[in-house]
Design a protein around this ligand. Structure first.
Ligand code: PEP
Length: 245
């Protein structure tokens, strides 16, 4: 039985003052013991966030695949763990698009994260053009085959995030979500074997909010959500936690 995971991605938002939002989020998480809740703030806030709400897992939004070295501006998975992070998002579509991250790089980052003791959230998802061309499942399948580390199990989380749904207020039909999550589970089973694939949580991401969370979370193989905009305040995020409880 997979525990639901509701993870917030603050992207390049937030300041020390914003950490006050974590108090309400941690309280809601405490009131929903059957749900895992996490927040991924910018690197600079990880250590403070982890110290402020020790019961709320804190994550990062990227890591380097190497443990250390001449990689100016980068942060390793081990450094994140030392700062108090317990999970890390890799391969977010914004990084695939803006930083040109490849599937192979995403896979190496996920492997490094798991080796450092972190849970890796590997993001995949098609663009609007790809969906309109009928290629959504093939694109996501190829991303999974290139990006998913062989570890599998509960240290691996996959987030299906249609690129066109991120930050737009649009979501796929529940039937399209059902079909895609079933496809993701099937590809994971092919890659990892049925047992390890069954333990992997598959999150839906893209404009999830208080109004649509219950419907999305009721879809088979939707094991939680990766939430951007609606994770920035407790007022917006807590109802999503409650919908998952
Ligand atoms: C995201 O960027 O991972 C995301 C899901 O963003 P939003 O919830 O704002 O669409």
């Amino acid at each position: 039985m997979r525990r639901r995971l509701i993870a917030g991605n603050w992207k390049m938002n937030g300041s020390r003052e914003s950490l006050a939002e974590l108090d309400g989020i941690a309280a809601a998480a405490g009131a929903a013991p059957g749900v895992d809740v996490a927040i991924c703030p910018p690197f600079t806030l990880i250590e403070r966030a982890a110290a402020r709400t020790p019961t709320l897992p804190i994550g990062a939004q990227d890591c380097h695949s190497a443990p250390k070295g001449a990689h100016t501006g980068c942060v390793s998975a081990g450094m994140l763990a030392e700062a108090g992070a317990r999970l890390v998002i890799v391969g977010h579509s914004e990084r695939r698009a803006a930083q040109g991250e490849t599937d192979a790089q995403v896979k190496a980052k996920a492997e490094a994260a798991i080796a450092a003791g972190l849970t890796a959230i590997v993001c995949v998802g098609e663009t609007e053009e790809q969906r309109e061309a009928g290629e959504a499942e093939a694109v996501v399948s190829a991303q999974l085959r290139g990006s998913v580390p062989v570890a599998g199990g509960d240290v691996l989380v996959v987030a299906y995030e249609p690129v066109w749904a991120i930050g737009t207020g649009r979501i796929p039909s529940l039937e399209d979500v059902r079909v895609m999550h079933l496809e993701v589970r099937a590809v994971l089973s092919d890659l990892l074997g049925a047992d390890r694939a069954e333990a992997v949580r598959i999150l839906y991401g893209g404009s999830m909010n208080a109004a649509n969370a219950a419907d999305l979370l009721a879809v088979p193989n939707v094991d939680g959500g990766l939430i951007g905009g609606a994770s920035l305040t407790a007022a917006a995020f807590v109802p999503i936690i409650e919908a998952a409880a």
